[in-house]
Design a protein around this ligand. Structure first.
Ligand SMILES: Nc1nc2c(ncn2[C@@H]2O[C@H](COP(=O)(O)OP(=O)(O)OP(=O)(O)O)[C@@H](O)[C@H]2O)c(=O)[nH]1
Ligand SMILES: [Mg+2]
Length: 205
């Protein structure tokens, strides 16, 4: 046990994976530019997330649309990485993707081996999600849509949103404010419940 006179370094304990964990799965957190992926990984992760943020500069004007994203100063250029131990035996490794089209080769690499994906959608810009939803379908990665609710987001009936996103009936549409840790956790629980109900994931007690 460390004491005041101990020569051991003080500070927070390292975030080792609990020894009870027997399995780990990879979950992709994806969506278009600025939809809240990095924020969601940060809200969920029990370790300090790995981030690869770069400052948005004047060079991005006309490319990176910041309308409705007041306060956004950085963008992910490689990935976000976080971890959450869902129960004592299972850890989820969370991989947040970059959002911009120009990083698609990275997206392809990051998505490899993912058991499932949370596809964040900003309903103020539904069309921006088409490409990523199409990629998830092509790669047969089971996913749930998670609407990140911004204060000025219009509220659409689920069937309208489903039609607008051209979703298959078995794709759940969930809602969340990704900045809120409790809401983010509830979202994850619903998502994992979906993976279980479709037999993609089996949880042992
Ligand atoms: N009002 C509001 N703002 C949010 C919400 N979620 C995220 N934001 C803000 O919106 C911006 C986008 O968040 P990020 O997490 O960087 O988005 P991202 O999807 O990782 O962005 P890229 O990596 O650049 O594609 C940030 O400024 C957040 O603070 C939300 O639910 N409501
Ligand atoms: Mg990001």
């Amino acid at each position: 046990m460390a004491s005041a006179n101990s020569a051991e370094p003080s500070g927070p304990e390292p975030d080792y994976l609990p020894s009870s964990v027997r399995g780990a799965v990879k979950i992709l957190i994806t969506g278009p530019f600025g939809v809240g992926k990095t924020t969601l990984v940060g809200s969920l992760s029990e370790i300090t997330p790995l981030r690869t943020e770069e400052t948005l500069t004047a060079a991005g004007v006309g490319v990176d649309d910041l309308t409705g994203r007041a306060g956004k100063r950085t963008t992910t250029v490689a990935l976000d990485f976080g971890r959450i131990t869902l129960n004592p035996r299972l850890a989820l490794y969370l991989f947040g993707t970059p959002g911009q089209e120009r990083f698609q080769p990275l997206w392809d690499d990051l998505s490899r081996g993912a058991l499932g994906a949370v596809a964040l959608v900003d309903v103020r810009r539904v069309g921006e999600s088409f490409d990523i939803l199409g990629r998830l379908e092509e790669q047969r990665i089971p996913f749930a849509v998670a609407v990140n609710t911004f204060p000025d987001s219009p509220v659409y009936p689920e069937d309208e949103l489903r039609a607008a996103l051209d979703l298959l009936p078995d794709v759940p549409i969930l809602h969340c404010d990704v900045r809120d840790r409790t809401a983010a956790y509830d979202l994850l629980i619903d998502f994992v419940g979906h993976l279980q109900s479709t037999a993609v994931l089996e949880l042992q007690s």
